[in-house]
Design a protein around this ligand. Structure first.
Ligand code: FO1
Length: 327
């Protein structure tokens, strides 16, 4: 059984850890393998190092190295090096890089500098975190550089800032006029990405940010077409409950696209390939009827690993009992 998921950071990582926990209890699916296509649009070069927030969040969460309270970075990390950089006046200081986390960025930057592809780097880093043992293959969406930038209006006029500066420094507090993913239109799917979609028995869209996480992965040329044409049922989980994102700033991202913060608006972004859509109890009523789309109400809040595993199990079961895809 080949399960393929497109994912961003914190919400996607918690959902997919839940899926791994759930699969461990499914003796009927003991041959299941999970391929994750991770968003790289959040990537940023900081202090001369290449940082891949969503790939690292997925890797640390699945490998049990994540700082659970933050949802990113390493558990038990310290900021000694960053303090030293601040003492030297090195900027920026609005992005928290812990000492343990920095080792990941140093290793990645060294290997990239030696000519390794991002896919090769992800495989080497992931091996240390035991992803193979979990039956997980983590792929970057592309080995080509892609960076999401946010166009804002401020006292300096209209300009683009890196997504991380908008998301972390400004906590998405400055209205985004639009998002531009630099390099996305020229990015090639990383090796194995299209094959993982085309060969999947199940495709899952975890409750990641639909605009700047899953939306960017969908923008890699070839990915959306592969999802439209794949044999596997495509099941998504709404990142919006009621009228608010479960976490993060998906509302600010949807607003930039002129969309309301509703499960229906997000389903509309996926409607050309989505087969089933999990929404929170009570949210199905607000859904427009869409041809070929089944809407299922399930508890969506992942308060802990147990509830995350239950949600992931519900999404997997929704895929397994979905009929053949519409022609
Ligand atoms: N998020 C924050 O809100 N503040 C930070 O200082 C911060 C640092 C950081 C460092 C490494 C990393 O992998 C992620 C980090 N994040 C931080 C989270 C990151 O901005 C988001 O997880 C994603 O990019 C959005 O999904």
């Amino acid at each position: 059984m080949q399960i393929t998921a497109l994912a961003g950071g914190v919400g996607g990582a918690r959902f997919l850890r839940g899926l791994c926990d759930h699969l461990r209890r499914r003796s009927d699916l003991s041959d299941a393998r999970l391929t994750i296509v991770g968003n790289t649009g959040d990537d940023i070069t900081m202090f001369g190092l290449r940082v891949c927030p969503d790939l690292d969040t997925l890797m640390y969460t699945l490998g049990d190295g994540i700082d659970e309270s933050q949802g990113w970075g390493r558990v038990g990390d310290t900021r000694t090096l960053q303090g030293e950089l601040a003492a030297y006046g090195v900027q920026p200081q609005w992005f928290g890089l812990g000492d343990l986390d920095l080792a990941t960025h140093v290793a990645r930057s060294q290997w990239l500098g030696q000519g390794a592809t991002l896919s090769e780097v992800v495989a080497r880093l992931g091996a240390r975190w035991g992803l193979d043992r979990l039956g997980v293959t983590l792929l970057p969406m592309s080995d080509d550089p892609v960076e999401t930038h946010v166009v804002i209006d401020d006292e300096d006029g209209r300009r683009a800032i890196h997504f991380q500066e908008w998301w972390v420094r400004h906590q998405a507090g400055i209205p985004a006029r639009t998002f531009t993913a630099v390099g996305l239109d020229r990015a090639r799917p990383a090796p194995g990405v299209l094959e993982a979609i085309r060969g999947a028995d199940v495709v899952l869209l975890p409750p990641s940010n639909p605009v700047v996480s899953i939306g960017i992965v969908l923008g890699v040329p070839g990915v959306r077409d592969a999802l439209r044409g794949c044999a596997a049922p495509v099941v998504g989980v709404s990142p919006i409950v009621g009228g608010a994102p479960v976490r993060g700033h998906a509302d600010a991202c949807l607003a930039a696209l002129g969309l309301p913060t509703t499960p229906d608006a997000v389903a509309g972004l996926y409607e050309d390939f989505l087969d089933r859509w999990l929404v929170a109890p009570g949210d199905a009523a607000g859904m427009r009827r869409r041809r070929g789309l089944d809407v299922l109400e399930r508890p969506l809040l992942m308060r802990d690993r147990t509830s995350a595993a239950e949600l992931a199990g519900a999404a997997l079961d929704a895929a397994l009992d979905a009929g053949p895809r519409r022609g």
